[in-house]
Design a protein around this ligand. Structure first.
Ligand code: PLP
Length: 359
């Protein structure tokens, strides 16, 4: 296996993949694969409820919060949010900090209920807007943040104060990567394919009182209270994905929980950022220093030719998926929870070597 720096689907813990492989043909003595057993069976119910309990435990949340398993990717949340909450004359407020934040806003705009509370678009999303820059509208239904901007490599390092206005965060690319006061958020969601397992399930963690009353006019599968009332089993859930998420969260617990993840992630990110900062301008980071992401490190080289050469040679060194998104260019190395320290060490060794050979 290579060290996989792809932004998502992304590298998963090796132990988790091996365990799933071992159990794949005969799950929990059932004589069936996890993808063959009923979602109404005792065996599956145990997997489903344990994954929920472990997520809440890791986040330090109590009975007033619920974990939901939705489908349609994080992108489906973009339309569920305004449909469920920006109603009765209320307005969805958005901080535009990158592409996905903007896509979330676009869905509210389609419904005529979106307000831009702040934006860093004019500087190609190099930084996270500050508290002072955020201007809420009257009648705000919520403030939506994209907590980690996968494409631009920026991440919030503060939780905005919103008074009584509910806070919602897309944590698709930094879910469970560090401890936060999650109780400040009314709803958090994350597509699983970065820090949580395979694509196909979205983990939503929400305050129960916030999601219990979806408007009657919203289609059943787009109403948060359908998932709340039915324990995310109104229809057939993406059982295999939830099983894998359960294994990943158990792995995080075994690794020492979110404190341990944060320490490890900060050390990994420091390794890479230090090489960028000490490269005499050969590597230039895209994100402003105070907005840098611990999950996606974005940087440029002196020319597009060198960037292409970097990506090709990196792969020869067993380092895959280092090319950046076309809207930023350059390189992006995604170093989610599952990336071991050794992977980051191999990356920085290669970066140093490449700089010496090509400066
Ligand atoms: N939000 C963020 C921060 C993302 O990085 C992505 C995808 O990379 C999405 C949303 C969209 O997720 P999905 O492809 O699951 O709809």
């Amino acid at each position: 296996r290579i060290y996989n720096f792809n932004p998502g689907p992304a590298m998963q813990p090796l132990e988790v993949l091996q365990e799933a492989q071992k159990e794949f043909l005969n799950f929990a003595g059932s004589g069936m694969s996890i993808i063959e057993i009923s979602h109404r069976s005792k065996q599956y119910e145990q997997v489903h409820n344990q994954a929920k309990a472990d997520i809440k435990e890791l986040m330090g949340l109590g009975d007033d919060y619920e974990v939901l398993f939705c489908q349609g990717g994080a992108s489906m949340q973009f339309t569920m949010l305004p449909q469920n909450f920006a109603v009765d004359g209320k307005v969805g407020n958005y901080v535009l900090s990158g592409s996905f934040a903007s896509k979330a806003y676009d869905e509210a705009k389609l419904l005529g209920v979106g307000h831009v509370a702040a934006s860093s678009k004019d500087v190609n999303f190099k930084h996270i807007p500050t508290q002072d820059e955020i201007k809420l509208s009257d009648n705000a239904a919520y403030l939506h943040l994209c907590y980690n901007n996968t494409i631009y490599g920026t991440e919030y390092h503060y939780i905005p104060e919103t008074g009584d206005v509910p806070l919602i965060a897309d944590m698709s690319s930094d879910m469970l990567s560090r401890p936060l006061d999650f109780s400040k958020f009314s709803l958090i969601y994350a597509g699983a394919q970065k820090n949580l397992g395979p694509a196909g399930v979205v983990v939503v963690v929400a305050r129960k009182s916030f999601i219990e009353n979806s408007p009657e006019s919203v289609p059943t599968m787009l109403r948060y209270n359908t998932y709340l009332k039915k324990n995310s089993l109104y229809n057939t859930p993406p059982a295999f994905c939830i099983y894998m998420v359960g294994k990943v969260v158990a792995w995080i617990k075994e690794m020492g929980g979110l404190e341990a993840m944060a320490k490890r992630n900060a050390a990994k990110a420091k390794l890479v950022y230090d090489v960028i900062d000490n490269s005499d301008g050969f590597y230039t980071g895209h994100a402003d220093k105070d907005s840098r992401s611990f999950m996606n490190v974005t940087f440029r080289l002196p020319s597009v030719e060198l960037e292409n050469k970097f990506a090709a040679e990196a792969l020869e060194h067993g380092l895959g998926g280092v090319k950046g998104h076309r809207s930023v260019g350059g390189m992006r190395t995604s170093i989610y929870n599952a990336m071991p320290m050794e992977g980051c060490q191999a990356l920085v060794d290669f970066m140093e070597k490449f700089r010496k050979e090509n400066k």
